[in-house]
Design a protein around this ligand. Sequence first.
Ligand code: BGC
Ligand code: IFM
Length: 465
Amino acid sequence: MHQSGTGRGMGFRDSCQDLLGFVHLIPARARERILDIAATQFEDGNAYHQYQPLTKKGNMDIGAGFNDDPLWLIAAVSAYVRETGDLSILDEQVDFNNDHKLAQPLMEHLRRSYQYTLNHRGPHGLPLIGRADWNDCLNLNCFSKTPGESFQTSGPSEGPVAESVFIGGMFVKYANEYADLCDATHRANEAIEARNAAQEMSRVILGPGWDGAWFRRAYDAFGNPVGSKKNEEGQIYIEPQGMCVMAGVGVESGEAVKALASVKEKLDTKYGIVLLQPAYTRYHEELGEITSYPPGYKENAGIFCHNNPWVSCAETVVGHGDRAFEIYKKTCPAYIENISEIHRTEPYVYSQMVAGKDAPTHGEGKNSWLTGTAAWTFVNVSQYILGVQPTLKGLRIDPCIPHELDGFELTRVFRGATYHIMVDNSAHVEKGVKSVTVNGKPIQGNVLPLAKAGEQVEVRGVLGI
Ligand code: BGC
Ligand code: IFM
């Protein structure tokens, strides 16, 4: 949110993710932001990678082709509707490519986001990566030989072979959220279709997307795996481990737990989880900018704070409350004041990156403020660890906390009602809701019935087996 965007513009994916952290505070502004962002989407579902916040127009210089972008729009809209219950946003007429003549309801934008991924799949059935996905510096279709040229704009914007397992994980998560929105708007067939497509993608990820002990990162333009034990450098990456597990991939069949154990074994450090290992020590033309950074910095094995919460969220999905909180504490400003001399940035803010274990300045923060970490950390701590989750039907209570906690209390304003939530963990478990009472009366399950705006609601949850 700190980035002013007066230069290249604001990021489509960045703005969508920032919204996850402020939608509960200023829902009206979030609504406005969503409609502005969606208007920079192209008719085929792809989107300008950046837009100018003042003119609200997409940025021509960088164009489109970052194939994760469309799915972040689903993430943002789903978060907004789950928080507010405002389904009317889905009927808003929104331009495509900032052209009024092309306007369609927002729900149609989401359908095209979802469809874009399905229409752009590679030889293994995984999503094509395009210019890059969340990791701007993994440029599998670029092949730059000219020092100083932009890795984001040179080379073809699309290749027919290079695929992203990370976008595959995103697809599973957000196609399911899209399906929930379809259900809520009486599109039952589309909901079924989307859930089937998510399930099919999940199977593909567990096939060619799985490396034996962790999720692969991608396939390059020659069809070779990236983020595999077959690689000399960059054998394991953080992004698909967090995203695929958050999406539920391999949770029932055991791969999720294995992948997270591999993260702990290979990527963890005392200052946070590094992006990949082993760090790249030379330039790999077929991988792009990521291999141009010194080992331990930036996307080349730095501790990228933004995706540490994904792994923490993922640990809660498999019920590891102790580990989830341990990860949370490693980068959390309040817990690392004692290393201020090493960290060297403002002690109250996240940095984009903390130097990784391959760097001579391991633990030193860089680019403080300029990061999407705050939003994801808030989602992690409020929805995954404390487990108070806005759903379309109401607040769900599903904490995953360190076992030594006796419980906790919090107050949550949701759709105008105030919920006073007390969770009792005298059983000292990490996860598992045994019972919930609302205003003294037991309820079935753990989704709180919707209260009227202005009401005060007393909630008591008991964890245990
Ligand atoms: C990111 C950097 C990245 C660069 C790639 C920027 O938007 O903040 O982390 O290295 O793009 O050119
Ligand atoms: O995901 C990107 C973000 O959009 C801009 N900063 C760097 C991140 C990782 O490459």
